[in-house]
Design a protein around this ligand. Structure first.
Ligand code: FE2
Ligand code: FE2
Length: 440
């Protein structure tokens, strides 16, 4: 009794579920892609199974219910975890399939594996990764080794950290009968989390529910941010950026009420950086749509700027800093301090290399903290700031106010008053007015 049955029809989700469950909990996993075949599998193997993880629905099939009914008629007592939205079930649930942490925690609970046991699990120095997972990446985030077929204790470096490898090299190993490649045990969680993000970033948005879409975009933006810093502007990063910008705009369209989107972002435990980018896109698009000079091109431009302006930042703490004093108080390492100071400049430089970037977007990004060269922070915006830059500055400040109030009472009039207090001059107040019609 040591096999987990996973019933999931999306091959990419199946793949990262398997990889995470085996890495974190040491589970051995059998997979089926629909309820019918899962029942046949259980007919023969139920005595081997100690846990079932099943989609609530696969297409039109009520897959989880099918399995639960089957277990009742056969008098089987195997714990079940339901993935996806399902109401009224007493079985443990993971409503959002992108929430890998919850899946791991729930599986550990069902199997009686404690956090302490998870931490103290003895792991070999070279940790095996099934070779098929190398089809999902172009380069590994750590060194990768191959085990010597004659001397099993000998491992040789085969792929270097962050160097692109050729698929033919993987195939050559497969031909030789290699089933696993290896990473240093200290690198294994980073490696697995990278493969997970790569798979999540390639999921089709239409295959996911709204919560899953938000989580997937959040992870995908984080992945892109790392890639931009490592690889710069390449075909790969360009297409991932376009996909993410589209996804963020789709989220705006799907939520006519901002508070609904905000609730989803909060309950999804989205990162600060992603929440900030998503809300900022919402607010700035609203202004452009309601201003007399707004055009579809300007909408593209403001979405592009909102997406890229903080892309160089690595984490939520860095993203919340907006003054020199806050930066000092954060007591970051020298390296992180310099990154926060220069994040506007770094993003502007990236954008200037982006093919067909909207005209002038690099300049607005460079100056989004009030400094002409994109280094450091200032409260003073010069007299020659463009109308588009003013829209962005106002939208960013309003986003900050919204997020500050998001867990409490959001009164639009109070929030707008706070915003006007920050920008009393008329060129700003004309733009602030447009936020009165924003549907909170
Ligand atoms: Fe920002
Ligand atoms: Fe910023």
């Amino acid at each position: 009794m040591n096999l987990t049955l996973l019933v999931e029809n999306n091959p990419k989700i199946e793949s990262f579920f398997k990889l995470n469950l085996s890495t974190w909990l040491g589970l051995e996993i059998a997979t089926q892609s629909k309820g019918e075949s899962a029942l046949k599998f259980l007919d023969v193997n139920s005595s081997q199974i100690n846990l079932i993880i099943v989609r609530a629905r696969i297409g039109k099939e009520a897959t989880a219910k099918l399995l639960i009914d089957y277990m009742a008629t056969k008098n089987l007592n195997i714990p079940i975890i339901i993935v996806g939205e399902s109401s009224g079930s007493l079985h443990p649930q993971v409503p959002n399939s992108m929430d890998i942490k919850l899946l791991i925690k729930t599986a550990a609970n069902c199997l009686g594996i404690t956090a302490k046991e998870m931490m103290s699990k003895v792991v070999p120095d070279f940790f095996p990764i099934p070779i098929e997972h190398f089809n999902d990446i172009k380069r590994p985030v750590c060194h990768v080794y191959v085990q010597d077929q004659k001397q099993p204790k000998k491992y040789t470096l085969c792929f270097e950290k962050m160097k692109d490898f050729d698929m033919s090299a993987i195939n050559a190993h497969v031909v030789k009968g290699v089933t696993h490649l290896f990473v240093d045990k200290l690198d294994r969680l980073d490696f697995v989390s990278n493969i997970t993000s790569e798979l999540v970033a390639t999921l089709k948005i239409d295959d996911l529910n709204e919560d899953e879409q938000l989580s997937a975009t959040d992870q995908s933006v984080e992945l892109l941010s790392k890639k931009l810093l490592n690889l710069g502007i390449t075909e790969e990063t360009i297409s991932l950026a376009k996909k993410n910008i589209d996804a963020i705009r789709t989220n705006v369209k799907k939520n006519p009420k901002l508070s609904k989107l905000l609730d989803r972002l909060l309950s999804n435990k989205s990162s600060y950086l992603f929440k900030h980018t998503q809300i900022l896109t919402y607010v700035s698009l609203h202004i452009i749509r309601n201003i007399d000079w707004g055009t579809p091109e300007q909408e593209d431009k403001i979405s592009f700027i909102s997406f890229f302006h903080d892309i160089a930042l690595e984490n939520d703490i860095q993203c919340e800093i907006k003054t020199s004093n806050e930066l000092k108080r954060a007591q970051l390492s020298t390296e992180q301090n310099s990154l926060v100071e220069r994040h506007a400049q770094i993003a502007a430089e990236l954008v200037s290399k982006f093919p067909h970037a909207p005209m002038g977007s690099d300049q607005i990004i460079r100056q989004h903290h009030g400094q002409l060269n994109g280094v450091g922070f200032s409260d003073h915006y010069g007299a020659n700031v463009s109308p588009m830059a003013i829209v962005f500055i106002v939208a960013e400040e309003f986003t900050r106010i919204i997020m500050k109030h998001s867990s409490g009472n959001m009164n639009q009039d109070d929030m707008l008053r706070e915003l006007k207090g920050e920008f009393p001059t008329s060129r700003f107040s004309k733009i602030i007015e447009k936020l009165q019609t924003l549907n909170l």
